[in-house]
Design a protein around this ligand. Structure first.
Ligand code: PNS
Length: 160
């Protein structure tokens, strides 16, 4: 039984994230999507809302659960007896940061492997930041986020 963790800020979850979740869930027995804080980002959606969005859009995938955690990723992985951290890679520009994170996580716990899944090309330009910017400025975010959360994302982005 191999458990994998898919960590991120998910502010909010995008179709690119969902694609990684769907694919990782076919590879590992159990996938724990984990909403965490990134010290260099200030989220606009509450932790609770980000978890709720992910639960809503992954409810049909039986081996996926959603949690939040505020400490070190490797400590959470150890708690969950996870052997694998999943990260999505969109472009070369993601690589340097993700490489550094993977090496630091390995330094902290060398029993946990980071595995990278390449994005599908149609999501390679997609990020939560781009979604928030487009929604704030009145653009269309259809096909960027799951349909079931689209209206709430637009409404929230326009309150800020
Ligand atoms: O979606 P993001 O913002 O790229 O996700 C980054 C995240 C949350 C996975 C990363 O910042 C993280 O792992 N935070 C938890 C603290 C930690 O363990 N940092 C790595 C060691 S420096």
């Amino acid at each position: 039984m191999i458990t994998a963790i898919y960590p991120g800020s998910f502010d909010p979850i995008t179709n690119g994230h969902l694609d990684i979740i769907q694919r990782a869930a076919t590879i590992y027995d159990r996938l724990v999507v984990t909403v965490m804080s990134n010290s260099s980002k200030k989220p606009i959606f509450s932790l609770q809302k980000r978890v709720e969005f992910i639960e809503k859009v992954t409810g049909d995938i039986p081996n996926v659960t959603v949690e939040s955690y505020s400490g070190l990723l490797v400590d959470f992985a150890r708690q969950k007896q996870a052997k694998v951290i999943i990260k999505g890679l969109r472009a070369v520009s993601d690589f340097e940061y993700e490489f550094q994170m993977a090496l630091m996580n390995r330094k902290l716990n060398n029993e946990i492997e980071t595995m990278f899944l390449m994005t599908q090309s149609q999501y390679s330009y997609l990020s939560s930041s781009v979604v928030k910017e487009v929604a704030k400025l009145g653009g269309c975010i259809k096909e960027l986020v799951p349909e079931s959360i689209e209206a709430e994302v637009i409404q929230h982005c326009n309150q800020k």
